[in-house]
Design a protein around this ligand. Structure first.
Ligand SMILES: Cc1ncc(COP(=O)(O)O)c(C=O)c1O
Length: 417
């Protein structure tokens, strides 16, 4: 069944105002389900860990439920493979420090120029600490795809780790991750995936991908500000954790230092429930073969929901691309072939003639259309494209609550710009 946009938009109280939100790659509006979970947590079970009284027990139960929900969302083998933290950046700084303890001087690692800085600098800093060499993999300037040949060359040097994004928050490129992970594993490297940008746009399956680590932030997919890391159980169990007493040695507590943002974690559970609701409402035609592939219960609902929104996002992406392409003097960076929309998310970066991106964003804001401008911390991309010095780009990012009418209003506003 096609998505019912009215019903979907009713799940987002923040959309109930005269604004068009195309700032989604920077952060989405929160779902009603996530808000309700946050409220309910604070009203009914606000307490610290492991008390013998009702609110503490209820609180621990919510945290357990949230680990199970994110294990379902990532299709991880076990909830103990799920680590909550402040955000992607903080989790990555944490894990990079732990992983770097296993590196020796003279080892090598790989980062890419297509990645957000949060999946670059933590690794560069850790490498500096350990005397480890960092190899950079570039992207093709003409279409924003990762240069797999240069990746293969870097892998021949037998690096310890590859840090790579699932999708670019600037150019929208979806990396051929399964292939990249196979290449990296064949060279003996661990793979750390930044799925922050991708997670709102399609189902994630860490077991199928066979990635070693994967991280996302729920404020980018209809939840609150919280980061969620997956790590293979065997790796997390072995890794040294920077922690203080009384953190346990068991998973996931070993990496969840201090008192967590309990209400935020409850909100993440709500965001997962939102996706499952999408699956129940609109995923009926999306279930073919999924049970045989091993998806059941909430994992099946999630897969159906994310497949349904992905199908709608192709439509949105196609119309957004067509709208941008009709505007004279507008240059899109990244993939622009309407036949390969499955290789990108609906995140488009562009510039309008000689207009400074800040000015374009301000004009759109004045028209009630919210977009980002600059480099959005994908600094290497704007530098390589030669636009960093002159203000970067304008970024428009659609998610499934955006409508075709909003795309048309964007086109009309850009025409006036
Ligand atoms: C692709 C990507 N990775 C990482 C981050 C950093 O995430 P966080 O704000 O959770 O640290 C962002 C945030 O914009 C992002 O878009």
């Amino acid at each position: 069944m096609p998505l019912d946009l009215n019903l979907i938009r009713q799940q987002f109280p923040g959309l109930d105002r005269p604004a068009i939100f195309f700032d989604n790659p920077g952060g989405t509006q929160i779902s009603r389900q996530a808000l309700e979970r946050i409220n309910r947590y604070l009203l009914e079970s606000n307490a610290n860990h492991e008390g013998v009284f009702a609110t503490s027990q209820a609180s621990d139960a919510v945290l357990d439920e949230a680990h199970a929900a994110m294990a379902d969302f990532y299709n991880a083998a076990s909830p103990s493979e799920i680590i909550f933290g402040n955000n992607m950046t903080t989790l990555t700084l944490h894990i990079s420090r732990s992983l770097a303890r296993t590196w020796q001087a003279g080892d090598e690692i790989i980062v890419t120029r297509l990645d957000h800085d949060a999946n670059v600098t933590p690794w560069v800093l850790a490498a500096q600490d350990r005397g480890v060499k960092v190899n950079w993999v570039d992207f093709h300037l003409e279409d924003g795809t990762l240069d797999l040949e240069s990746l293969q060359t870097a892998l021949e040097r037998k690096p310890r780790l590859l840090a790579v994004g699932y999708a670019s928050n600037s150019l929208g490129t979806i990396n051929p991750l399964a292939k990249i992970i196979r290449m990296a594993h064949a060279a003996g490297a661990l793979v750390y995936v930044d799925a922050v940008q991708y997670a709102a746009h399609g189902p994630i399956d860490v077991q199928k991908l066979d990635c070693d680590f994967l991280v996302s932030s729920s404020y980018k997919y209809f939840g609150p500000h919280a980061g969620i890391l997956f790590g293979k159980q065997s790796l997390l169990a072995e890794l040294f954790a920077y922690k203080v007493r009384p953190a346990t040695d068991s998973l996931p507590g070993k990496f969840e230092t201090g008192t967590q943002n309990h209400e935020g974690i409850a909100g993440v559970l709500g965001a997962v429930e939102y996706f499952a609701w999408l699956g129940q409402q609109f995923g009926a035609e999306m279930s073919e073969g999924l049970a045989e592939e091993g998806y059941h219960g909430r994992r099946l609902e999630l897969k159906k929901g994310l497949n349904a929104l992905r199908a709608y996002e192709f439509e949105l992406s196609r119309s957004l691309l067509a709208a941008l392409q009709t505007l004279p003097g507008l240059k899109i960076y990244g993939q622009t072939d309407p036949r390969t929309l499955d290789q990108r998310v609906a995140t488009y970066s562009f510039r309008l003639r000689d207009q400074h991106p800040r000015e374009t964003a301000q004009k759109l804001a004045a028209a009630g259309i919210y977009v980002w401008d600059g480099n959005y911390y994908a600094l290497n991309i704007s530098e390589r494209l030669g636009v960093e010095e002159s203000g970067g780009m304008v970024r428009v990012g659609a998610v499934h609550y955006n409508t075709l009418d909003e795309v048309e209003r964007l086109r009309a506003a850009l025409e006036k710009c």
